[in-house]
Every structure is written in structure tokens, then in C-alpha cells.
Design a protein around this ligand. Structure first.
Ligand SMILES: *Cc1c(COP(=O)(O)O)cnc(C)c1O
Length: 498
């Protein structure tokens, strides 16, 4: 048996991961604009050092750059507005609140002039709490409760995205009961599923969301019986519904525009059929979210402006072919606005190195080292590696990374061997107890998916702007956990319980 301790790329590392030439360099695409390493090697966000942040707020800690969030919100708003200005007088951008939402962030969204998409009564409550007017809000969901719909109708929501045939009647009837008219879009499933570099296009749909555009065998030639077509007819006929248009959302972490383009074509063709059948040109088309970001050096997302131009070209040409007036376009980016604005700060604890068999070297075993670095959080503050096998990156954040980079795996503190934070990263071999590690790109779908697994308290969120850090979500305490965990009344004197 031979043991390698080489500084060369480890055979255990995935192909896309390279040994950093300069371990102190930050890969710009992974980080908020105002994160940098100072002369002592300490990461700073808009001038505030992570060592100060860790001291004041503890770790794990979500650190969000407010300036970067606002900038990314404006980039989406302006890029799509510019690309679609001549076609439909611009675009409405609805930030997808499910990616990350708290009252302060809802204020940022309001102040930057975006709308906000919610998918539950709770998210809607946060948006209203931040003073977002109803007309700038949307509500999604495949199984909204009557209470959620009533709240949405009473708040005068800009759009309730109706997901099923049953819901057309429920929303319409509720609106009539409340003496109102509900603004409705219909969620259609265009048969396009996109993820990163691939998309698949099918005629049929096998998922819980939305109204199908596809015919079941035997239904061909009977368009009026298709769910999408029937929903339009029902919605147009209902006195409680103002039918604005149609909606689709084809996936997430998408880098290439082709999937969006095909979905747009299929939905515009549907709008043309609605015009031909009902004599109505529905005024709006929502193309959903899903714009990808960089989690590792391997990810190369396109600038928003590039995707916007590609989509505008397809929408424009398809509408010309169909003789359709271009509907007002809206989009729902979540991850691409908030993801890169945030990193998670952890404190390292125990470490160990194991020797792992080289891949495919069964006969003449050669082993290679893999270093495990444990941090003080894990799957309770970032479930994505466990849920989706998602890859992240990590850097030593509290000092200059001087020692040799070694292939490392950053793991959490939970009682679960799959509790991985960063599957593969080169970290200095002396990384150890007390060092701060930063994992970038944790703004989206991390804090919102946080859990109390192992009775671990969920971390706080700190926003940094103009050189000042402030808490925007308080971290949980043991009292918070016990608040819901019902304790028995104190025993009476003479109570026989042991
Ligand atoms: C999740 C979701 C989004 C946001 O997706 P991102 O990948 O975060 O951009 C937008 N619209 C709908 C309907 C969604 O379900």
C-alpha cells in the first residue's frame, strides 16, 4: 500500500475543483461585491471584519451584504426593463420570497421598487408587515388554504397564481363572498424542465404544480377538455375573477436561456389559442424564476442582461409570428438576487485525516488523504447538500491561509454522517479549532430551510451596510426552543411521581 501526501490535485477531488494557486484569493463570482480579505488575511464585509462579527454575534452566523442585495435587485429590474422596454414597456420583477425572507429584506424589496412573490400565508404576512402594498404581491401554491386565499383577496393582491381547476372556483367564490374581484394568473405546465445546463422538453407533465397543457390519450382534438383551456374558460366566466394571464416556472439554478425561451414560446402559443377561442388577449405573462448563481468555481452563470435579451428576442419574434400583442412580462428571481449576497460564518472545531482508496484502484490499493474539518453548524443551517447533493465552497476567513492546501471536507456537528457542509474544498492543512470558515452563496434556501434538528438553535442573520452590522433576524435561544416544548406543571407537594 502506498500513501500519497502530494500537493498536486487529489485524485479524490472532483474534476472541476482545482488546487488554488493563491489560497488567499477570493473567487469574485462567489461573493458579495463588498467582501474582501484585509492585510491580516481577515475577511471583511464593507469594512466589517468577520472576527468582530463572530465575537459579537457568535457562530454559525449568516452575514448578508445589504448593498449587494439592493444592487442585485436593481440589476434584475433594470436588465429586464431595458431588454423588454420596446416590446411591452418593461418588466415586473417579483422577488421570490421563499428563497429568503424576513421583514427587513421585504423592506429592501419594497424600497428597490420590486414586487414580492409569496407561497404561504406566513410569507404574505411578512410582506404586508413590511408595508408592501397588495398590488405588488403575488401568492403561489398548489394547495392554498381558504384562510390564505381570503387574506390574499382582502389585501387586494396583484396576482393570485391559481394552480388547479378546483382553485379557480374556490378563489372566485371567495372573492364574490368578500365583495371583491381577485386578480388571477393561471399556472401552466409547459412541459419544459430546466436545470443548470440541460433542459428537457416533454409533452406531458408528471409533477404536482400547475395546469397541464398536454392532452391525455383520447383527448386529442378536444382542446376544451384540457385543464389549461378549461381553467381559462372557467376563470373568464367567473364574476369574482379578473384573469390577468398565465404563468410558468420551469426549474431552478438555470444557466442557459433556451429553457425559458421554449417555455415562453409554448405559453405565447397558448395565449394565441385563448384569443382565437375566447376573443380575449390576456394582458400578462409570467415566466417564473430559476436564474442560476455560482456556488463553486465551476459555475458560470450568465449576466442577467444577456438572459433578458435572449428572452426578449424570443418573446418579440413569437408574438410577431402569432400576431399577438406582446403581453406585459413578469419574472420571479429568488436565488439570483439573494444567493450571492450572503455567506455563512462557522467556527472550526475538531479535525481528522482519513486515508481513502483511490477511485477505481481496487487491485493495487493506493490511498489518498481526505481531511475532515468539523464546524459548529451543519445540516440545520444548510440542508441543501443533504437534500440535493448541492456543492458549496469554503475559505479560511480569520487569517491568511499560508499552509499547504489539502483536500478537505467541511462537516457539521449533527448526529448524521451525511451532515456535510462542503463536500470538497482545498483548505490550508493547519485549519483547525478556533479558525473561522466562510461558506459563500448561502443567501438562498439555507436560512429558510433551517431546522432545529438535534435541538440546535437556528442562527441569527446580520446585515452589513456602510460599515455597520445589525441584526435582522435574532438567533434562537434555548428559551425559544422551550417556548413550544410543553413542560409539566411543577409537582404539588406530596406528588408521588419519582
Ligand atoms: C421557487 C420559485 C421561484 C424562485 O426560484 P429561484 O430559483 O430562486 O429563482 C419563482 N417562482 C416560483 C413559482 C417558484 O416556485
Amino acid at each position: 500500500m502506498r500513501v500519497t501526501t502530494s500537493v498536486e490535485a487529489s485524485p479524490l477531488a472532483p474534476d472541476w475543483l482545482s488546487v488554488p494557486e493563491d489560497p488567499s484569493r477570493l473567487e469574485a463570482k462567489l461573493w458579495a461585491e463588498d467582501v474582501e480579505r484585509d492585510d491580516d488575511g481577515v475577511l471583511r464585509v464593507d469594512g466589517v471584519s468577520v472576527t468582530e462579527l463572530a465575537q459579537q454575534y457568535g457562530t454559525p452566523l449568516f452575514v448578508v451584504s445589504e448593498r449587494d442585495f439592493r444592487a442585485r435587485a436593481r440589476i434584475f429590474r433594470d436588465a429586464f426593463d431595458d431588454a423588454f422596454r420596446d416590446l411591452c414597456d418593461g418588466v415586473d420583477v417579483f422577488y421570490a420570497g421563499k428563497s429568503f425572507l424576513c421583514t427587513e429584506v421585504a423592506h429592501w424589496v419594497r424600497e428597490e421598487g420590486l414586487g414580492l412573490d409569496t407561497c404561504s400565508g406566513g410569507e404574505l404576512a411578512v410582506a404586508l408587515r413590511a408595508g408592501l402594498p397588495g398590488h405588488r404581491l403575488g401568492l403561489h401554491g398548489n394547495n392554498k388554504s381558504a384562510a390564505e386565499l381570503t387574506r390574499a383577496i382582502d389585501a387586494g393582491l396583484g396576482r393570485i397564481v391559481v394552480d388547479s381547476l378546483q382553485e379557480v372556483a374556490v378563489v372566485g367564490d371567495l372573492a364574490v363572498q368578500r365583495g371583491r374581484i381577485a386578480n388571477v394568473m393561471l399556472r401552466l405546465t409547459p412541459g419544459v424542465h430546466a436545470h443548470t445546463h440541460e433542459f428537457i422538453a416533454t409533452a406531458h407533465e408528471d409533477q404536482k404544480f400547475g395546469l397541464s397543457l398536454a392532452a391525455r390519450p383520447g383527448m386529442e382534438g378536444n382542446a376544451a377538455a384540457l385543464p389549461g383551456e378549461r381553467a381559462v374558460a372557467d376563470a373568464l366566466a367567473h364574476p369574482g375573477i379578473n384573469l390577468l394571464g398565465v404563468h410558468c416556472h420551469i426549474g431552478s439554478q438555470i444557466f442557459e436561456p433556451e429553457g425559458f425561451e421554449l417555455a415562453a414560446r409554448r405559453l405565447l402559443a397558448f395565449l394565441a389559442r385563448v384569443r382565437d377561442t375566447h376573443g380575449v388577449e390576456l394582458p400578462e405573462l409570467d415566466l417564473g424564476g430559476g436564474y442560476g448563481i455560482a456556488y463553486t468555481e465551476a459555475d458560470e452563470p450568465r449576466p442577467a442582461a444577456e438572459i433578458a435579451r435572449a428572452m426578449a428576442a424570443v418573446v418579440g419574434s413569437t408574438c410577431r409570428e402569432l400576431g399577438l400583442r406582446v403581453p406585459r412580462i413578469s419574472i420571479e428571481p429568488g436565488r439570483a438576487i439573494v444567493g450571492p449576497t450572503t455567506f455563512t460564518l462557522y467556527t472550526a472545531g475538531t479535525t481528522k485525516t482519513v486515508q481513502v482508496d483511490a477511485p477505481g484502484a481496487k487491485d493495487a490499493p493506493v490511498t489518498h488523504p481526505r481531511r475532515y474539518v468539523s464546524v459548529d453548524g451543519g445540516m440545520s443551517d444548510n440542508a441543501r447538500p443533504v437534500l440535493y447533493g448541492a456543492d458549496y465552497s469554503a475559505v479560511l476567513a480569520s487569517r491568511t491561509p499560508g499552509a499547504t492546501p489539502v483536500l478537505s471536507r467541511v462537516v457539521g456537528k449533527h448526529c448524521e454522517s451525511g451532515d456535510i457542509v462542503v463536500r470538497d474544498a482545498y483548505l490550508p492543512e493547519d485549519t483547525g479549532a478556533g479558525d473561522l470558515l466562510a461558506v459563500p452563496g448561502t443567501g438562498a434556501y439555507c436560512w429558510v430551510l433551517a431546522s432545529n434538528y438535534n435541538y440546535v438553535a437556528r442562527p441569527p442573520v446580520v446585515a452589513v451596510t456602510d460599515g455597520i452590522a445589525r441584526l435582522i433576524v435574532r438567533g434562537e435561544t434555548e428559551e425559544d426552543l422551550f417556548r413550544r416544548d410543553v413542560q409539566r406543571e411543577p409537582a404539588e407537594p406530596g406528588d408521588p411521581r419519582p
